[in-house]
Ligand binder design. Structure first.
Ligand SMILES: *[C@@H]1O[C@H](CO)[C@@H](O)[C@H](O)[C@H]1NC(C)=O
Length: 427
């Protein structure tokens, strides 16, 4: 009897030990030493990795698309119904057939008009939709982090923030998301709509993070080039934007391929799903096969993302361009979005960039997309546009979303402060 319980106890300790080691092993990820609060980042990353892996498993079993699993998790952990708070009135409404959430500062400005901002959320053009909240459909725009961010912007900038629920992959692929974004922009930029929200037509900006910043830049180009549009954006503010899919081997893609939370293959997969490509293209995409030297269709684009020219030596370090001699034109033919500036705003012509509004670009050192932002900034400068860079040496992709409860990540909090501060001075 005594002997038996002793053995059981022993077995229990052995199992507990291995479970602890396995958990620690799963959570532990080697991080660049510059990243602060590493254990918080590892925990967040482990949680996200777990959900992403579950998604792939469900996908491999043929049960559902992997982003639906991600969205299921997001819906249950993150989505909030609209609710007003001190100083901010929040409501869901419809712009040009699209669901939007409007955050309005309620401060009395003695007849003065407010600033206006169109916000496009991130999530790889795929994450965050289709849930039910007390019988009503709510969406990514209700995600806690975006809710917190938009609420704060409305309050601190005395602004009206319109967060757009554009449709998502896999239900919709490019140009669907872009089309939704531009429809929302044209709707908001009408004089009578701005007047209804007491927004100053001279102080309307466009902004977003990650895939949302991609849509923001594409929309900014379109609006800037439209000679019929009476109201233009005063600024564009881009948070770690994704801007091109022709080079998956920029120095930042090479340097940060294994840094949480946006791993290099995951970004390639998001691109393929946005452009409607087969997931089997991931490997050739990562090898830059679609941008090989013998692909003559790219001649007019190469200079726009030639990072040996566009990036300073301190950023290029010793990284070498990856340009295969021979590649495949099949991907470019099947996925015209790869060379479409509406999907890849870095490929816009200089005449277009010249018309872009003053631009803020937030980049993180430990982000595969760092160089997308830096190259775009350089090209805008060459086109004569004023660019403000806000680079975070200890930042990683997505850190802004962790500035709020429950993570309160210090680097994210600093990003939010700088971003709102820039808008305060420039919008
Ligand atoms: C990129 O620019 C550099 C410097 O201007 C030039 O030497 C190089 O040939 C360019 N590379 C490509 C692929 O166009």
């Amino acid at each position: 009897m005594l002997q038996g319980s002793h053995t059981e106890m022993h077995l229990f300790l052995v199992i507990a030990f291995f479970l602890t080691v396995a958990t620690a092993y799963y959570i532990y990820t080697p991080l660049p030493s510059a990243i602060s609060e590493p254990w918080k980042v590892m925990l967040l990353d482990a949680g996200i990795r777990f959900v992403v892996k579950m998604g792939y498993l469900v996908d491999d079993l043929g049960l559902s698309h992997h982003t639906r699993v991600l969205n299921f998790a997001v819906d249950h952990l993150e989505v909030l119904a609209p609710h007003s708070s001190e100083g901010v009135s929040v409501s869901d409404t419809v712009f040009a057939g699209l669901q939007v959430r409007v955050f309005e500062s309620t401060r009395e400005l003695r007849g003065q008009l407010k600033r206006g901002l169109l916000y496009f959320h991130g999530g790889g053009w795929a994450i965050g939709s289709g849930s039910k909240w007390k019988g009503e459909t709510t969406t990514n725009i209700g995600m806690r982090s975006y809710d917190q961010l938009c609420r704060r912007m409305a309050q601190e900038l005395d602004a009206v923030i319109v967060s757009v629920d554009y449709r998502l992959a896999p239900d919709v692929v490019f140009p669907g998301q872009y089309h939704d974004a531009i429809q929302a922009a044209w709707h908001f930029l009408q004089p009578e709509v701005l007047a209804r929200y007491s927004v100053d037509p001279g102080r309307v900006g466009v902004t977003g993070d990650s895939a949302g910043a991609n849509l923001g830049a594409a929309v900014a180009h379109e609006v800037a080039m439209d000679s019929q549009a009476p109201i233009k954006f005063r600024v564009q503010a881009l948070i770690y934007p994704v801007l091109q899919a022709l080079d998956f081997n920029t120095p930042s893609y090479q340097q940060n391929q294994a840094v949480p939370i946006l791993y290099r293959p995951l970004m390639a997969r998001f691109w393929l799903e946005y452009l409607g490509g087969d997931p089997s293209y991931i490997q050739p995409l990562l090898a830059n096969d679609h941008a090989a030297l013998d692909v003559s269709q790219l001649t007019s684009h190469r200079d726009k993302l030639n990072w040996t020219r566009l990036l300073p030596a301190t950023v290029r370090k010793n990284y070498e361009p990856v340009v295969p001699l021979r590649g495949s034109v099949q991907m470019l033919e099947e996925l015209p979005g790869l060379t479409d500036p509406r999907a890849a705003p870095l490929l816009a012509e200089q005449e277009v960039l010249t018309q872009a509004p003053p631009t803020y670009i937030l980049t993180c050192e430990h982000d595969v997309l760092r160089d997308d932002g830096l190259m775009y900034g350089r090209r805008l400068e060459e086109a004569g546009v004023a660019v403000s860079y806000d680079h975070h040496e200890d930042g990683f992709h997505g850190c802004l979303s962790f500035a709020f409860w429950p993570a309160y990540l210090e680097v994210g909090i600093r990003c939010v402060q700088n971003y709102i501060c820039w808008l305060g001075e420039n919008l």
